[in-house]
Design a protein around this ligand. Structure first.
Ligand SMILES: Nc1ncnc2c1ncn2[C@@H]1O[C@H](COP(=O)(O)OP(=O)(O)OP(=O)(O)O)[C@@H](O)[C@H]1O
Length: 307
């Protein structure tokens, strides 16, 4: 069981602080969604974890050691960072074979991962003829080649069709169920909600949240009730008198934040209004995420003069 520990990590590019004193732990046995708006620092953190760039300060430890200090890192950590990185003139199979041989991974793994990624039938085609989705599957095959305990995926559903998106979701869940440590970056909140057990949210290089998914939603969502009665204006006026701020839609439905369905039902009954529809709406992960990152999304990464 191998955890990832990000410890007081900072990365500056000139005057841009891409990652700002970040500390969090990614636990095995679950899928951790790594979220944040464009430029939040997700890819930089993953590159630092893989030793592809040097931190300005702080560190990332995988299984208690830096990536580069492991003897056979590809057998411990599999990563998909840039699916376009593979050499276009090679066939998919040759690309994986070269990776296997140079990392002392048994050659039989090549056919296993081609099969697992659903690209066995195109294994002998040159990579330059591949669609974005096929390249993405090849990148995932390469990440799984060393049968790693830790899997880092940067936007893995990029370019995948709906069937591919379901496949990658199930693959990530299976890896976590098998006790592996799975960290997956994304901008897509609703999609992340379909596979992540835990969330780490960044904004402007800083940690905004590190929390189990259900707690994240509960902590950041607003209660909202949707109600429809025979007289929307009268109900609206009654809600306003009770100190609420109802929003009336064209279809006669009324939304009210910060109340329960019971509150609204009792109020409607007191007004003698028949209730035609009354729904307790749970804010979606998208709403919760947008509320959390609203401040961070308005700006680019902070410059050092600002910080
Ligand atoms: N090599 C680099 N040189 C200069 N600035 C960089 C470099 N890499 C990243 N940055 C800057 O660091 C910040 C964080 O970028 P990063 O790519 O890590 O964010 P991200 O969260 O992965 O965004 P996206 O979702 O758009 O990929 C951005 O302001 C980016 O412009």
């Amino acid at each position: 069981m191998t955890s990832i520990d990000v410890l007081d990590l900072t990365k500056e590019y000139g005057t841009t602080r891409a990652v700002d004193r970040l500390t969090f732990r990614v636990e095995p046995g679950r899928v951790t969604g790594f979220l944040g708006p464009n430029g939040a620092g997700k890819s930089t953190t993953l590159r630092l974890a893989l030793g592809l760039d040097r931190p300005t300060s702080g560190s990332v430890l995988i299984g208690g050691r830096m990536y580069a200090d492991h003897d056979e890192p590809l057998r411990l950590v599999g990563a998909l960072l840039d699916a376009q990185a593979a050499h276009g003139a090679r066939t998919a199979r040759d690309h994986l074979l070269a990776l296997a041989v140079s990392n002392r991974i048994p050659v039989r793994r090549v056919d296993d991962v081609l099969e697992q990624a659903g690209i066995a039938s195109v294994a002998k085609r040159r990579i330059k003829t591949f669609s974005l989705g096929m390249r993405q599957r090849l990148g995932i095959a390469a990440a799984l080649l060393g049968d790693p305990e830790v899997v880092l995926l940067d936007e893995p559903s990029n370019g995948l069709d709906p069937e591919g998106i379901i496949w990658i979701r199930e693959l990530m869940r299976d890896l976590a169920r098998a006790g592996r440590t799975v960290l997956v970056s994304s901008h897509l909140m609703n999609e992340t909600a379909t596979f992540a057990d835990h969330l780490v949210v960044l904004g402007r290089g800083r940690l905004l949240a590190d929390t189990p998914m259900p707690q994240f939603i509960a902590a950041h969502s607003v209660r909202r009730v949707r109600v429809r009665t025979t007289d929307p204006e009268r109900l609206s006026a009654a809600l306003a008198r009770a100190g609420h701020t109802p929003v009336l839609a064209d279809d006669g439905r009324c939304s009210v934040d910060g109340v329960t369905a019971a509150d609204v039902g009792i109020l409607a009954a007191a007004e003698g209004l028949p209730v035609l529809e009354l729904v307790d709406e749970r804010a979606s992960l998208e709403d919760a995420y947008l509320a959390l990152t609203a401040g961070a999304a308005e700006f680019a990464a902070p410059s050092l003069q600002e910080a």
